[in-house]
Design a protein around this ligand. Structure first.
Ligand code: ADP
Ligand code: ASP
Ligand code: MG
Length: 474
């Protein structure tokens, strides 16, 4: 029943302690018995990427103590896992020296940042990459120690990107070619390549990263390149759930989702899958599964091209994007002036800010969209400078940002063209005294997004989740 090639990605918590990593090793060992070709992709140990980036920014701000302490922490964490999971003395000594080497690279980079007083995006990527560069070595050695032939391999050798540091775009053709060239010979010999997630390199070999949480994306890219039959994302919850279980205690696993549904969920804030990880697998027709390292017998969530039976009117999940503000451009003089929206979004794009949601009133007298609160000032400055003439002539009256809001999205392909759904959503929010500030419906019609005041968000999510629970068979 199984195919030939399986890519398995382990997230930070799945390798974050000796116990977790031992569990990941066992999962790979078992998969290896059923799948002839297995590729492992791993994140850094949980907390490590944050520690690395925080140390680097503190170093830039003049605080050297943070990275000195950080180096000791990194060394202790990785060494203690090596001691527990690598049985052979020589292999353990080898691992210690590799950890020491990478930790000194960290200290040297932070020292340089400290002296310069500046952490450039390029330097931050060099520092951030160290987490995965350590975790692959540790996991590969732990696998070897359990008799699974494996080899740590840095994805800087085959995930080739542009030089947009901290959020690099892969060059798909080149990445596909190199991935096959490097991984196939290992797979042909029955070796499990243990690749770093998150990181890549430019053609010139300079290290880049794909953005926070980007290891899921790496696994999807590698899966599409080989191509694999399946990509399994191993994380710390039982698959994709009806809401973030950290926020909604009653959340439960969704056993089946379509690619379009999971794409909306990921895009609108479900951290369990990186939004960019969907496209490569859909395009290559690869199966996707999300499952729990700490509960491996649970089937988790399977993602299909189309889910067999749509249940009319059914909402499957609710997600949130936090810490946003709504930016509004208003003015009667905007009416019918061509190009205002284009110029506005160009001004936002110039600040490298992403816009998760746009609403426009039909009167064309205002444009309203959400941006992360941390980018609000930069976005307003850019818009005001772009429209300085229109502001002076009062064709545009104001460009402003409101209070902090959250975007709450309900997802479900069964909501499509079901008139009652919006009604149920608004009634239950009304009954819970939640004021809806703006609404947007995804063009794919599998989602409806609402903007609510940050103070109302918790109540809104709880109320909407109740709609999902009410639909469950008794
Ligand atoms: P990993 O390190 O394995 O990549 P992440 O922390 O990136 O794990 O993602 C898993 C987390 O995503 C879960 O612990 C959960 O809190 C959060 N999450 C948010 N929304 C959802 C959802 N709808 N379903 C499952 N998990 C979710
Ligand atoms: N280690 C990276 C991060 O923390 C990538 C990932 O975990 O997916 O963002
Ligand atoms: Mg993640």
């Amino acid at each position: 029943m199984n195919g030939n090639t399986l890519v398995m990605k382990f997230g930070g918590t799945s390798v974050g302690s000796a116990e977790a990593m031992a569990q990941a090793v066992e999962i790979v060992r078992q998969a290896r018995q059923e799948w002839p070709r297995v590729v492992v992709v791993t994140s850094a140990l949980s907390g490590v990427t944050n520690l690395l980036l925080d140390s680097a920014s503190q170093a830039a701000a003049g605080n050297a103590q943070r990275f000195i302490g950080g180096a000791a922490e990194l060394k202790a964490l990785h060494t203690s896992i090596a001691e527990k999971l690598i049985a052979e003395a020589a292999a353990q000594a080898q691992m210690r020296s590799e950890i020491n080497l990478l930790v000194s690279e960290f200290t040297n980079l932070c020292h340089a940042i400290n002296v310069l007083g500046e952490a450039t995006p390029r330097a931050l990527d060099a520092v951030a990459s160290l987490g995965e560069r350590m975790s692959i070595r540790l996991l590969a050695a732990a696998l070897e120690s359990q008799g699974v032939a494996s080899r740590a391999i840095e994805s800087t050798l085959f995930v080739i990107t542009d030089n947009r540091f901290q959020s690099a775009h892969p060059n798909i053709e080149e990445t596909n070619l190199r991935t096959r060239q490097l991984l196939n010979p290992l797979l042909d010999q029955g070796i499990v390549p243990v690749s770093s997630g998150f990181i890549g390199a430019t053609r010139e070999g300079i290290t880049t990263t794909l953005g926070r949480g980007g290891s899921d994306y790496s696994a999807a890219l590698i899966g599409a390149a080989l191509p694999a039959d399946d990509v399994w994302i191993w994380t710390d919850v039982d698959g994709v759930m009806t809401a973030d279980p950290r926020m909604v205690p009653g959340a439960h696993t969704i056993s089946q989702l379509s690619y379009r549904e999971v794409a909306e969920l990921a895009y609108f804030g479900a951290k369990v899958l990186h939004p960019k990880s969907i496209r490569p697998v859909v395009e290559a027709g690869i199966g996707l599964r999300v499952c729990n390292t700490f509960n491996p017998n649970h089937p988790g969530t399977r993602i299909y091209t189309e889910v067999n039976h749509l249940e009319a009117g059914k909402i499957k999940a609710v997600t949130t994007i936090r810490k946003q503000v709504l930016v509004t451009i208003e003015g009667r003089g905007m009416l019918g002036v061509p190009g205002v929206a284009a110029r506005a979004f160009a001004a936002v794009a110039a600040t490298h800010t992403s816009v998760p949601l746009i609403t426009q009133a039909s009167s064309e007298q205002s444009i309203c969209f959400a941006v992360p609160s941390e980018s609000a000032k930069q976005v307003l400055d850019s818009l005001r400078s772009t429209f300085s003439l229109e502001l002076a002539s009062q064709d545009i009256d104001s460009i402003s940002a409101g209070e902090e809001v959250e975007i709450i999205t309900t997802v479900g392909a069964g909501m499509r063209a079901t008139p009652g759904v919006a009604g149920r959503i608004f009634s239950i929010l009304g009954a819970n005294q939640v004021n809806v500030i703006a609404i947007a419906q995804g063009s794919s019609e599998v989602s409806i997004s609402l903007v609510v005041d940050a103070r109302d968000a918790k109540a809104a999510v709880a109320a909407l989740h109740q709609l999902i629970t009410d639909d469950l068979p008794a």
